[in-house]
Ligand binder design. Structure first.
Ligand code: TYD
Length: 153
């Protein structure tokens, strides 16, 4: 099954929204196959946000992402990259649809609670960036047949 990378950003940690995000992930039926707390630094953020390094807001983005530890998660599920991106909502919390994480829990374009991989290809690169192989667990919950039909897994 497909995997995606999620980062619970400092805006989620400091605002005590970790439980809300994890609750939605669990309620949806996504499998958590890795989860840990870590302190990000500019080096890893220059890789992770390589497409934004030249933007004027990049120094502010680094500051906001390093202000406290984050929680990184690896999720597994059918089409999970697309599923979790739609649960995340648009980048700017003021424009994100109600019902999405950003739509329900933030009003900022930068302090926007979560990162979610935007493609299957990027998810593979991002998971390898944040997790060592032995930090990821290849298991299926025993109720997997209540989550998916037989022809979906
Ligand atoms: P981006 O990859 O464009 O969006 P997303 O997180 O929805 O995949 O941007 C990465 C992060 O950079 C975004 O979550 C918050 C920050 N950011 C800003 O601070 N200002 C901006 O104008 C943009 C576009 C992004």
């Amino acid at each position: 099954m497909e995997r995606t990378l999620v980062i619970l950003k400092p805006s989620a940690i400091e605002r005590s929204l970790v439980g809300e995000v994890v609750k939605r992930i669990e309620q949806k039926g996504l499998i958590i196959c890795g989860m840990k707390m870590m302190q990000l630094d500019e080096k890893i953020l220059r890789e992770h946000y390589a497409h934004l390094v030249e933007k004027p807001f990049f120094p502010m983005l680094v500051a906001s992402m390093t202000v406290c530890p984050v929680i990184v998660m690896c999720l597994e599920g059918k089409d999970v990259v697309e599923v979790f991106r739609s649960m995340t909502g648009s980048t700017n919390g003021r424009k994100a649809a109600p019902g999405t994480l950003r739509g329900d829990f933030c009003v900022s374009g930068q302090q926007n609670i979560v990162h979610a991989s935007d493609s299957v290809e990027n998810a593979k690169i991002e998971i390898a960036r944040f997790f060592k192989p032995d930090e990821l667990f290849d298991f299926k919950p025993r109720n997997i047949r209540s989550i998916y039909a037989d022809d979906e897994i």
